[in-house]
Design a protein around this ligand. Structure first.
Ligand SMILES: C=C(CC[C@@H](C)[C@H]1CC[C@H]2C3=CC[C@H]4[C@H](C)[C@@H](O)CC[C@]4(C)[C@H]3CC[C@]12C)C(C)C
Ligand SMILES: C[S@@+](CC[C@H](N)C(=O)[O-])C[C@H]1O[C@@H](n2cnc3c(N)ncnc32)[C@H](O)[C@@H]1O
Length: 370
């Protein structure tokens, strides 16, 4: 073969391989968010690496971030940075719902996710005419599923502006724009809504980001109408967790570090905090316990996918399509996935401790009480 032919053949094969990795294999879970579209939220390209370093030095020692008042105050800002760094990678590799769900035999991940979300609507007894609040709504996967399933209108709040824009775009595309689904940028520790303005509320794997659960539960209590229901899926350690076992401690720290958590709570703390702010506890259940099938298999099954994804991210960074720092973020998520899997397998951690709470029908408004 002539040299020129060889060069051309190599170039065509090389380009084909890049195309295959990036466009075909790169769109991991949900077509629509492609690897080539990986941005880092509202962070400009040149700041990604610095922001990642700042995030890492803040959350490296998670317990300390919750225990000192000064650093607890900074948590929402660092959580915002975290979601700038991970939102596109989550959408690319997981989909539009940023949570786990029990596996369902013979059903897809997408179905299992939807069933877990519709369960929230059913627990709330949501119906047309209801106005629900989604506390920590991400890019709105659960919001759209719940609005479509129940016919109710949903207002979501997230601290991350990039997610607000993504969620609004997805709502429009799904034909579930305002008033069916609305999205507000704000802090769930101090919400921009009047007292008693919602018929029901829910949070899916979001309140774990609050340094004090009392603060977010107190806010949900305030904005709910008397008699209104609130469902939350909480990330907690289970009674199997042993603080004197170094493997358990390392696993839980790994989950906290890689998920922007200011210290996981124990399962038995949730109901008492809910009562402390005035809620009645109607039901409490770890939805991960058998007969539910493991939620963590979805993380485990894709070793080849992880390898492929990290190669795609590295190649895109080399080609300057993705900003510098994305590989580090991806690596952090890979390690987090190992800790989450270990937490699930050992049973020391659950991301779906469900509580169903009610604001008493006779509850006075905050203003009347003062
Ligand atoms: C509730 C929270 C987020 C839960 C999950 C949605 C995410 C937790 C860990 C994430 C992931 C880990 C590995 C990534 C992988 C390396 C990459 O190639 C593709 C995306 C991942 C699978 C990513 C997807 C989302 C998670 C499963 C927390 C933050 C409170
Ligand atoms: C893991 S995501 C879950 C998103 C959504 N519930 C879902 O299941 O797809 C956590 C969400 O909580 C939001 N969040 C965390 N801390 C917040 C705060 N202080 N105020 C508002 N939103 C917050 C994040 O921005 C993110 O949208």
């Amino acid at each position: 073969m002539e040299a020129a032919t060889m060069v051309w053949t190599a170039a065509v094969v090389g380009a084909g391989l890049v195309y295959w990795f990036v466009w075909v294999m790169g769109a991991a879970e949900v077509k629509g968010k492609r690897a080539v579209d990986l941005k880092m939220g509202s962070i400009t390209r040149d700041k990604v690496q610095d922001k990642y370093t700042q995030y890492w030095s803040f959350f490296r020692r998670p317990k300390e971030t919750a225990t000192t008042a000064a650093s607890a105050e900074k948590v929402p800002a660092f959580v915002d940075t975290f979601y700038n760094l991970v939102t596109d990678i989550y959408e690319w590799g997981w989909g539009q719902s940023f949570h786990f769900s029990p596996s369902l035999p013979g059903r897809s991940h997408r179905d299992a996710t939807r069933v877990h979300e519709e369960r929230v609507a059913d627990l709330l007894g949501a119906r047309p005419g209801h106005r629900l609040l989604d506390v920590g709504c991400g890019v709105g996967g659960p919001m759209r599923a719940i609005a479509a399933h129940s016919g109710s209108n949903v207002v979501g709040i997230t601290i991350n502006e990039y997610q607000v824009n993504r969620a609004r775009a997805h709502n429009r595309k799904a034909g579930l724009d305002s008033p069916r689904c609305e999205v507000v940028c704000g802090n769930f520790l101090s919400m921009p809504f009047p007292d008693a303005s919602f018929d029901g509320a829910y949070s899916i794997e979001a309140t774990c980001h609050a340094p004090r659960l009392q603060d977010v539960y107190g806010e949900v209590y305030r904005v709910l109408k008397p008699g209104g229901l609130y469902v939350s899926y909480e990330w907690v350690t289970t009674p199997l967790y042993r603080a004197e076992d170094p493997d358990h401690v390392e696993c839980i720290h790994g989950i906290e570090r890689g998920d922007a958590l200011p210290g996981l709570r124990r399962q038995d703390e949730i109901a008492s905090i809910a009562k402390e702010v005035g809620f009645e506890v109607l039901k409490e259940q770890d939805l991960a316990l058998p007969p539910a099938l493991p939620w963590w298999t979805r993380l485990k099954m894709g070793r080849i996918a992880y390898w492929r994804n990290s190669l795609v991210v590295r190649v895109l960074t080399m080609l300057r399509v993705a900003p510098k720092g994305v590989s580090e973020v991806h690596e952090m998520l890979y390690e987090t996935a190992q800790h989450l899997t270990r937490g699930g397998e050992t049973g020391i951690f659950t991301p779906m401790h469900m509580v169903l709470l009610r604001k008493p029908a006779a509850a006075a408004s905050t203003e009347e009480a003062n």
